[in-house]
Every structure is written in structure tokens, then in C-alpha cells.
Design a protein around this ligand. Structure first.
Ligand SMILES: NC(=O)c1ccc[n+]([C@@H]2O[C@H](COP(=O)([O-])OP(=O)(O)OC[C@H]3O[C@@H](n4cnc5c(N)ncnc54)[C@H](OP(=O)(O)O)[C@@H]3O)[C@@H](O)[C@H]2O)c1
Length: 260
């Protein structure tokens, strides 16, 4: 990899983002890592730099504040870094009946999962187009295929990420920019704690390990796959929902979400 070329990963200090960072680091890619916690970023940096001969830059930003995406982009430009791969991974869910949910938290979720991701793509895709080279990996979810009672807003944010990415795939392809969208099923990370689920055990029982999800994803990005489904739940949902009504699929989801 050229000296000033980087893979930028948002949400790189935990879960799927951290596992992706480990894979890119192992293959010698320089990294720009983002999360809100400076402390966690420093820990992640020291782990990754110890084992790999790469450059790592860390930026503590709350990406649910859209202006921070622009600030980050400016900082990267000032330093003459080239973002060769953009991984929009930071995101969170909230497990609660919609009317009882904290509306500020839901707005923050829409800002992070949708608006920030869209703005990051807008900023970085243009540079990739001009260079006629680049990869963008957006992290959606199996939730993207479904209406999701008790996590309705989260599921809808991920439907945006999936459809937005598919749309961009066709726009960007002709400029040499490759788009990928990851749709993991339940994965053992901090996600379920952050979502304040009432039954973490049931969720963890059906969850995949984050390193396995990241490995499948990494391989498929390298093979230039657009939609990346990891594991049985993700594959079954993406295929099975083609043959049932959306209303019925949401009813089934309500039963599952009612338990988690
Ligand atoms: N785990 C699952 O079951 C699952 C399934 C499907 C899809 N996903 C998706 O996978 C992605 C990664 O989630 P995960 O499961 O790996 O969760 P996680 O373990 O909670 O990791 C989330 C990462 O994002 C960072 N982050 C959170 N809010 C942020 C913000 N406002 N600005 C910047 N960084 C922020 C976190 O660090 P800080 O808190 O320090 O900021 C952390 O590094 C998310 O988009 C999630 O929706 C997860």
C-alpha cells in the first residue's frame, strides 16, 4: 500500500469495526480509525501497531453530529491522506416500543445510521471518482430486509443503508468505485447492550462471533461483492422474505424481537 493511502473505519474500537480493522491491519493497510472514545482509540491503535508495520491515525468524533463528518474530511485533506477504502460501520439500535422510546435517541440514531453515512459517502466518493479507484463498505443489517416491531426505527435506518448502497453501486461503478453493503445477522458485540435489550441471552444464543462476520465480509469485499450476507439468519432472511408478505415477515420479526 502507498504511504499516504488509508482505510478509514468508523466505529473501529469494538465489535465488527474492530475486527475489520484487525483484518486490514494484518494485510498491511494503513488505517484511520474513528469512534467517540479517545481512550478506546488509543488502546486499539496500540494493539494494531504492535503487530503490524502500518501507519494508524485516530480521530475521536461523534459522527451523529453531521458537521463532524465535514471536520474529519477537512483534517484528512490537510494531512494529504488518501482514503482508498471507506468503511461506514458506526451505528446503533434501540430496543423499545416506539411510542415509549426516547425521541432524542431515535433522532441521534437516524443522524448516525443514515445522515452521517450518506454525508461520508458524498464527501469521499467524489475523490474516489476523480482517482477512478476506491471501495466503500456500508454496514447495514439483516434488519434491512424487514419491518421490525420494537426496533422499528433501527430496522428502517438499515433499509435506507441497503437501498442507498445498491443505488450508489450502479452510479459509481462506471467511475471505478466499488460499493459493498454488509447485512449481518445477530452478532456478539456491544450492540445488544447499547440497544438496551431486555433479553440479551436470547440474542446471544442466536448470534455469530464478530471476527467470523468480519472475515466473511473482508473476503467478499475483496471479491467485489455488492450485498454481503453473513451466516444462516442473514442468508435465510434475504432469500426467504422474497416469498412472504412484508406484513407476515414483520409479524414473525415481532415474535423474535419480543423475546430479545
Ligand atoms: N451486532 C449486531 O448484532 C449487528 C447486526 C447487524 C448490523 N450491525 C451493525 O454493525 C455496526 C457495528 O455495530 P457492532 O455490533 O459492532 O456494535 P458495537 O460493538 O457497539 O460497536 C460500535 C462502534 O461504533 C462506535 N460508535 C458508536 N456511536 C458512534 C458515534 N456517534 N460516532 C462515532 N462512533 C460511534 C463505537 O465506539 P464509541 O461508543 O466509543 O463511539 C464502537 O466503536 C452497526 O452499524 C450496527 O448497526 C450489528
Amino acid at each position: 500500500m502507498q504511504k499516504n493511502n488509508y482505510v478509514l473505519i468508523s466505529g473501529a474500537t469494538s465489535g465488527i469495526g474492530l475486527e475489520l480493522a484487525r483484518l486490514y491491519a494484518k494485510d498491511g493497510y494503513n488505517l484511520i480509525l474513528i469512534s467517540r472514545s479517545q481512550n478506546d482509540l488509543e488502546k486499539t491503535k496500540s494493539e494494531l501497531i504492535k503487530n503490524n508495520n502500518i501507519e494508524i491515525e485516530i480521530f475521536a468524533y461523534d459522527l451523529s453530529k453531521i458537521e463532524n463528518a465535514y471536520d474529519l474530511y477537512e483534517k484528512i485533506k490537510e494531512k494529504n491522506f488518501i482514503v482508498q477504502t471507506l468503511v461506514n460501520n458506526a451505528g446503533f439500535g434501540d430496543s423499545c416500543e416506539f411510542v415509549y422510546a426516547d425521541i432524542n435517541r431515535l433522532n441521534q440514531m437516524v443522524d448516525l445510521n443514515i445522515k452521517s453515512l450518506m454525508n461520508m459517502c458524498h464527501l469521499f466518493a467524489k475523490d474516489m471518482m476523480e482517482r477512478r479507484n476506491g471501495d466503500i463498505l456500508n454496514v447495514a443489517s439483516v434488519a434491512a430486509y424487514l419491518g421490525g416491531p420494537y426496533m422499528a426505527t433501527y430496522y428502517a435506518t438499515k433499509a435506507f443503508v441497503l437501498n442507498f448502497s445498491i443505488g450508489l453501486y450502479h452510479e459509481l461503478k462506471k467511475y471505478g468505485v466499488r460499493m459493498h453493503v454488509l447485512c449481518p445477522g445477530p452478532t456478539k458485540t456491544k450492540f445488544i447492550d447499547v440497544a438496551e435489550s431486555q433479553n440479551k441471552k436470547a440474542f446471544n444464543n442466536i448470534s455469530m462471533k464478530a471476527d467470523k462476520v468480519a472475515k466473511i465480509c473482508y473476503k467478499k469485499v475483496k471479491r467485489n461483492k455488492l450485498i454481503i450476507n453473513t451466516g444462516f439468519i442473514s442468508k435465510f432472511t434475504s432469500f426467504g422474505t422474497r416469498f412472504m408478505s412484508r406484513k407476515f415477515a414483520a409479524k414473525m420479526t415481532q415474535k423474535i424481537n419480543g423475546k430479545i
